[in-house]
Design a protein around this ligand. Structure first.
Ligand code: GLN
Length: 304
């Protein structure tokens, strides 16, 4: 039996000792206001037992973590056709890199870098009747939590400074891999990134990827094959040019966001979320990675 309460308590003690916590994201002005001393962690296991420490019920901007959810909704809508517009290879480059698009004729390397997520956003804008509302409902339904919402201030803040994403979207458009207009797609993308959730809500949302496509309420959203693909993408691409390091240190499929959140899972076993706003140089939460490394070391469990 794994003693999660003791393990989480010890992780919190270790985290408290660290003085160098990384830098909060500044390129989205609204995120630069977040207190870098926040730390929260929450686990839900396959039997629905829950354990938490710290600021696990304080909402934060999930940013790129949302890319897994938009991908999941798009796969549910168009299935395998999605892979004609975005590839499945790790990029080894930062999340906002543009040069690969030129090399690969406008086909982003994977759906978890910004360019790939913008193509996925384009698919959802094409397929959903009321894209932002329908995406939000999808998130609320999977997590069973109607209180989850976008943070309009964060979305507006990113819109003002999102020059790199405008560049990516324009490049995609020039290659014919964006079917709607740039502003509409980016408005959707900035809203999906602005979703505000706490660690507890995040684990309930990602339960579906831990539980072979069945959400907490036992409704089926994805086939086992689709879940395998999404988890494989999280493992190989979820941390951009630090995906190797995350697999090496932690050994779980997971996804980070520049709001300082990380969610990771051990299939059929548990789902865990951490929040610490300070980022390392690769844009991933510094203490979140450390906490997850301590978790898999203490439990002696990883996908490897
Ligand atoms: N909204 C952010 C961006 O597009 C998401 C980046 C991230 O969380 N890595 O830059």
């Amino acid at each position: 039996m794994i003693n999660y309460p003791d393990i989480l308590h010890n992780i919190q003690l270790e985290i408290n000792k660290v003085s160098e916590r990384g830098q909060v994201a500044r390129y989205i002005p609204e995120l630069s206001k977040i207190d870098p001393h926040k730390f929260g962690m929450h686990i839900i296991d396959a039997n629905r037992n829950e354990f938490s420490v710290g600021d696990s019920e304080e909402a934060f901007s999930i940013q790129s973590i949302s890319k897994v959810l938009s991908l999941s909704q798009a796969i549910g809508l168009i299935g395998e056709e999605l892979w004609t517009r975005v590839d499945v290879e790790p990029s080894g480059d930062p999340f906002n890199h543009l040069s690969l698009l030129e090399q690969e004729n406008g086909i982003p390397r994977n759906p978890l870098i910004n360019a790939g997520a913008i193509v996925v956003a384009d698919i959802l804008v094409s397929k959903l009747k009321n894209p932002k509302e329908d995406f939000l409902t999808y998130i609320q339904d999977i997590s069973g939590d109607k209180s989850i919402n976008f943070d309009a201030d964060v979305a507006a803040s990113e819109k003002e400074t999102g020059f790199r994403n405008y560049a990516a979207a324009n490049l995609l458009k020039s290659y014919g891999n964006l079917h709607n207009d740039v502003d509409t797609v980016l408005d959707f993308y900035f809203h999906q990134c602005s979703l505000a959730l706490n660690c507890k809500q995040l684990t309930k949302l990602f339960f579906v990827f831990m539980n072979r496509g069945k959400c907490l309420q036992n409704n089926t959203y994805l086939t086992t094959s689709q879940v395998k693909r999404i988890n494989a993408l999280m493992l190989t691409c979820g941390f951009y040019d630090e995906a190797g390091e995350f697999a090496f240190e932690v050994g779980l499929p997971g996804k980070s966001g520049v709001g300082g959140g990380i969610v990771a899972l051990l299939p059929n076993n548990y789902c865990v979320a951490t929040w610490s706003p300070g980022l390392n140089k690769k844009g991933n939460s510094k203490l979140g990675m450390l906490a997850l490394e301590m978790l898999t070391t203490a439990t002696k469990q990883s996908i490897f």
